[in-house]
Design a protein. Structure first.
Length: 171
């Protein structure tokens, strides 16, 4: 079965759709807020030259989604599917960020619900890697039912906590 890493997903609050090159300006407006990145290992991602690399990698990943507020059509952030492992029946969701105006849980919760619902059509387990110092993201993971199951290096070699949501716990 083919896992579509860039679906279009619609909820009450959000539209998630594949990230496109022409999304640069709108997404960088969101990402240019230094407070979004203050607990992230790459704290200077708000700088244009640093975010350009992140944006390029997101496009190249083939799994990046842009988040659009359904009320007003404004871009409010982004997330990704990554590392699909058919044998393990597992996928990672990560690289998520939202505009501070949309912090507080309901937008992140809907984003993750939409992505999890899609993922569980193909896999039995979804993982999330969170930096040990990123307390905000750790709390967000716990709010949506993520269980910390260990730690491992992320794609850049930095140690990260592994959170997991299994299909039976979600469905």
């Amino acid at each position: 079965m083919f896992f579509d890493l860039q679906p279009t997903l619609k909820g009450k609050l959000l539209l998630l759709r594949p990230l496109r090159p022409e999304d640069w300006d709108d997404l960088y407006v969101v990402a240019s807020d230094p407070l979004i990145w203050e607990q992230h290992p790459i704290k200077d991602r708000y700088k244009e030259e640093v975010f350009r690399g992140f944006f390029r990698e997101a496009l190249e990943s083939g799994g990046a989604l842009i988040a659009i507020d359904s009320r007003d059509g404004q871009v409010i952030g982004s997330s990704r599917f990554h590392g699909y492992d058919e044998v393990k029946s597992e996928i990672e969701i990560g690289w998520t960020f939202l505009a501070r105006s949309h912090w507080g849980g309901i937008y992140n919760a809907e984003m993750k619900q939409l992505m999890l619902r899609h993922a569980f059509g193909f896999v039995k387990s979804v993982i999330f890697l969170v930096g040990p110092r990123n307390l905000r993201s750790q709390r967000a993971m716990e709010k949506i039912g993520g269980v910390r199951v260990g730690s491992r290096p992320d794609a850049t070699g930095r140690d990260s906590f592994v959170y997991q949501i299994a299909a039976p716990d979600f469905l």
